[in-house]
Design a protein around this ligand. Structure first.
Ligand code: 48H
Length: 256
């Protein structure tokens, strides 16, 4: 057994994939439930998609369920997505399904990857590329360790026909665009908990917020000033699905 061969195998395989994914159809920032669902739906339709996740682990805020009771609730409207992914759930009462948070996070990640999503973890989106027409044309990335160590190291960029901000409560990508682009994009910030309204509005809020940039999941409510909803996750899954549908039309437009 040779340590250098092991090191070469890792380095060559990783860099080859990174090079391959520097040009994608869709780039997603954040591998929480909305980003993973969007990725899964895109890859299932043969769209070339990469997810960039700043943490070591994927799954975002799902693992801990509600208050570390590792169960999540999914409403009837989104139960079909759990079923399609093969995630077990049981009806708690009419319209409310309970699933295991760990099974959901792990299965969503696995199904997304098996469908063809490429996930790069430990990479943070720190900026975007914006062209003359105000169009977002890609993401600007750096190792998460760089910001953790408070270093100044210049980033690398990847090009995409559509970008999805699925960074959760922080709406990181939209905040950068609001700050730097001069576009009429304002991040209003999420409002206090109101599950019914939060879950209803999240799907409406999932949209193209400036040319080339879609927002999904909790970031969509943060951008549009809608409420948080606690540990109900159907809205995240439905938002990811809608973001994928919108991204597909953007990719097709880009190719026309
Ligand atoms: C790369 C980044 C960056 C960055 C963040 O928080 P998430 O789970 O987001 P959603 O929207 O898929 O799901 C939200 C849900 O988990 C939740 O928080 C709910 C339902 N809250 C309700 C309530 O009342 O609180 O995942 C976002 C992911 C995370 O993994 C982050 O690490 C990652 O995005 N991320 N990745 N570059 N700049 N910022």
């Amino acid at each position: 057994m040779d340590e250098v061969t092991i090191s070469r195998a890792i380095t060559e395989s990783y860099v080859k994939e990174l090079l391959d994914y520097m040009d994608v159809d869709v780039a997603i920032a954040g591998a929480g439930p909305s980003g993973l669902t969007a990725g899964y739906c895109l890859a299932k339709n043969k769209v070339k998609v990469a997810i960039f996740e700043r943490k070591l682990s994927v799954g975002g805020g799902m693992w801990g369920g509600g208050m570390m009771f590792n169960k999540i609730v999914v409403q009837a409207e989104a139960k079909g997505i759990l079923d399609e992914l093969g995630i077990s759930s049981r009806q708690y009462q009419k319209g409310y399904y309970v699933a295991d948070a760990v099974e959901t996070a792990a299965t969503l990640c696995s199904r997304a990857m098996k469908a063809g999503v490429k996930i790069f973890n430990l990479l943070s989106v720190e900026d975007v590329m914006i062209r003359e027409n105000g169009r977002i044309t890609g993401l600007v990335l750096n190792w998460s360790a760089v910001s953790l160590a408070n270093l100044h190291v210049d980033p690398l960029a990847i090009r995409a026909k559509a970008v999805i901000d699925a960074t959760g409560h922080d709406a990181d990508v939209c905040r950068v665009v609001a700050r730097k682009s001069g576009a009429k994009l304002e991040v209003l910030g999420e409002k206090s908990m109101w599950a019914e309204v939060g879950e209803m509005e999240i799907v409406e809020n999932t949209k193209e917020v400036c040319p080339g940039l879609l927002v999904a999941g909790m970031a969509a409510n943060a951008v549009h000033g809608s409420p948080r909803m606690g540990a109900i996750f159907g809205g995240m899954l439905l938002s990811g699905k809608k973001a994928a549908e919108l991204a597909m039309t953007m990719v097709m437009r880009g190719e026309a």
